[in-house]
Design a protein around this ligand. Structure first.
Ligand code: FAD
Length: 467
C-alpha cells in the first residue's frame, strides 16, 4: 500500500463519512472540479486530488480534518492557488481541502480599525470592502484578485508595500486554526498590544499549511491614505538606486513602495504587454516610487522636491511623475506584467530571495553572468521589492527539468554565500524543500520538525511540503 492512499477505510467509505459530516454540497468529485484543483501557479506537475472538500464554516473545516485524520487520509490545503512553490498542488492520493467557500467578512470594527474575515476572502475583496469606508489594508500583491487572505497568512506574503507596512505577519492580530486532529483553536485577538504568553498565531503564519488550517483572521487596518503619488525614475546603476532609496527614506516618511526593475525586465514587460517604452532612451535600471499621504498637492510638492534633488545629485537620470490616477496605473503596468512573464516563460525557475543590500549589486552581476554563460538561450529577468532587500529573478523557458534544477542550485548556493535567504516571500513549498538547509541551521530544522510532530504526528496535512 502506498503512503498516500487511505489506510483504514476505502475511498468510497471515506466519501460517505465526509458527506455525512459536511453535507453533499461540500464533497465534490466531478472531473472538472478535480481538474481545477490539480495545481497552483508553479511548474510543479499537476495532480488531480481524489476529492475536493469545500467546507462552508470553520466548524466544518475542523470536522473534515477530524474525519480525515481518523481515516489516516492525507490532505492538501488550498487557498486561491496563486502560490509559486507547489505547496497547494496535490500529491498522488491526496484529498484537497479548499477554503474558497469560507468567504465572508464577519465583522468590521470601524472604531479600532480591525476586520474579522474568513480565510477564503480574496485580498482584493478585503481591500475594496474596507476602502469603501475610509480604511485601508496595505498588503498588496499582483495576485490580489485570486489569492486568499488565509493563503497570504499561510505564506507570510510580502508584496509592494513591505517597505512601509511590513509583511502579512505584521498585519495579523488574531487567527483561528483547525488542527489536523480536528480541534478548532480560536485566537481571534483584536488588540494591538497583547503580552499574554507565547504568541501562538505566529507559529502558524508562514508555516504554509503544514501545522493547521487557518479558518478566520483578525487583520489590522490603517486609515485610508487620502492621496497616492507615483513616479517612475530612470537610473544609471543599481548603486544610484540604493542611494536614492536612502535619500527618500530620510526625506519622505510617506514612502510606501520602491520597486526596482533592471532593463531586461522592462524590455520583457514591453514585449509581453505590448507597452511603449516609458523614456525615449534605454536605461540600466528603473524604480517605481509610490508615496501614500494625507494631501495630494503637498505630497506631490514634497515628492517633486525630492526627485529634483535626486536629479541634481545625478542619482536619477530622468523621471516621469504620474499626473492622474490613470497615469499612475499605467506606470504600475510595467511592474505588474509579472503575471504574463510567469505564464510565457514557463517552464521557469522563479526566485524570491532576500539579499543584504550591501551585497546586492555584486550578487546580481555575478548571478547574471553565470546564468547568461550557462544558459545563453534563456531569458534572465531581474527585479524586486528592493526597498526590503527582496530580489526576484525569473529565468526561462527551459526544455528540461534538470536544467531548472541546475539554475536553482547555482542561485541558492550564491544566495547562501551572500548571507541571504532562499525565500523572502513565496515560501518553501515543494520546489525549495531540498534547499531549506541552505538558509536554516540543523538546530532550527530540528525545532521545526518537532513542531510538525506536535501538531501533526501522522504527517497527514500538507505532507512533504516545506520540511
Ligand atoms: P495557495 O497558493 O492556495 O497556497 C499557498 C500555500 O498556503 C500552500 O502551501 C497552501 O497549502 C497554504 N494555504 C493556503 N490557504 C491556507 C489556509 N487557509 N490555511 C493554511 N494553509 C493554507 N507573493 C508575495 O508574497 N508577494 C508578491 O508580490 C507576489 N506576487 C505574485 C504575483 C503573481 C502574478 C502571482 C501568480 C503570485 C504572486 N505571489 C506573491 C505568490 C502568491 O500570490 C502568494 O504566495 C499568496 O499569498 C498565496 O495565496 P493563495 O491563497 O493563492 O494560496
Amino acid at each position: 500500500m502506498s503512503m498516500n492512499t487511505v489506510s483504514w477505510i476505502s475511498m468510497s467509505e471515506l466519501q460517505t463519512a465526509l458527506v455525512q459530516a459536511l453535507g453533499p454540497e461540500s464533497v465534490v468529485s466531478e472531473a472538472s472540479v478535480l481538474e481545477a484543483h490539480a495545481g497552483d501557479w508553479s511548474d510543479v506537475k499537476k495532480e488531480r486530488p481524489s476529492i475536493v472538500l469545500v467546507p462552508r464554516t470553520p466548524a466544518q473545516v475542523a470536522q473534515a480534518l477530524s474525519v480525515l485524520s481518523k481515516s489516516n487520509q492525507r490532505v492538501v490545503v488550498q487557498g486561491g492557488l496563486t502560490g509559486l512553490v507547489g505547496g497547494a498542488t496535490p500529491r498522488q492520493g491526496e484529498v484537497a481541502l479548499s477554503l474558497a467557500k469560507l468567504n465572508r467578512i464577519e465583522d468590521f470594527d470601524r472604531t479600532a480599525g480591525t476586520v474579522t474575515a474568513q480565510a477564503g476572502v480574496t485580498l482584493e475583496q478585503l481591500q475594496s470592502h474596507v476602502e469603501a469606508e475610509g480604511w485601508f489594508f496595505p498588503l498588496d500583491i499582483g495576485a490580489r484578485g485570486s489569492c486568499h487572505i488565509g493563503g497570504n497568512a499561510a505564506t507570510n506574503a510580502g508584496g509592494n508595500r513591505v517597505v512601509r507596512y511590513g509583511t502579512m505577519r505584521d498585519l495579523v492580530l488574531g487567527l483561528e486554526v483547525a488542527l489536523p486532529n480536528g480541534t478548532l483553536v480560536t485566537m481571534l485577538n483584536r488588540v494591538t498590544k497583547n503580552t499574554t504568553g507565547i504568541d501562538l498565531k505566529q507559529i502558524f503564519i508562514g508555516s504554509e499549511g503544514t501545522l493547521g488550517v487557518i479558518t478566520r483572521l483578525v487583520l489590522k487596518l490603517s486609515p485610508r491614505p487620502p492621496s497616492a503619488n507615483t513616479a517612475l525614475c530612470a537610473l544609471a546603476s543599481f548603486e544610484s538606486a540604493v542611494r536614492l532609496l536612502n535619500e527618500l527614506r530620510r526625506s519622505l516618511p510617506t514612502l510606501s513602495a520602491f520597486e526596482l526593475m533592471w532593463d531586461d525586465f522592462m524590455t520583457a514587460a514591453l514585449e509581453m504587454r505590448k507597452l511603449t517604452r516609458p523614456f525615449s532612451t534605454v536605461h540600466p535600471v528603473y524604480v517605481l516610487v509610490e508615496t501614500l499621504g494625507s494631501s495630494y498637492e503637498s505630497d506631490q510638492q514634497l515628492l517633486d522636491q525630492c526627485l529634483e534633488r535626486a536629479l541634481e545629485m545625478e542619482l536619477v537620470t530622468d523621471v516621469i511623475v504620474a499626473q492622474s490616477l490613470e497615469h499612475a496605473r499605467r506606470l504600475w503596468e510595467y511592474r505588474e506584467s509579472i503575471g504574463e512573464m510567469l505564464s510565457q516563460l514557463k517552464p521557469h525557475a522563479a526566485f524570491d530571495i532576500g539579499i543584504p543590500m550591501s551585497s546586492m549589486e555584486r550578487f546580481v552581476s555575478a548571478v547574471r553572468a553565470t546564468l547568461s554563460e550557462r544558459f545563453p538561450r534563456q531569458r534572465h529577468l531581474f527585479f524586486g521589492h528592493i526597498g526590503d532587500g527582496n530580489l526576484h529573478v525569473l529565468s526561462g523557458p527551459y526544455e528540461a527539468e534538470d536544467m531548472v534544477h541546475e539554475v536553482e542550485r547555482a542561485v541558492y548556493l550564491a544566495t547562501r554565500e551572500a548571507g541571504g535567504c532562499i525565500s523572502a516571500e513565496h515560501g518553501i513549498g515543494v520546489i525549495k524543500r531540498e534547499f531549506l538547509r541552505l538558509s536554516r541551521s540543523p538546530e532550527e530544522l530540528h525545532l521545526m520538525r518537532g513542531l510538525k510532530q506536535l501538531f501533526d504526528p501522522a504527517h497527514l496535512l500538507n505532507a512533504g511540503r516545506m520540511l
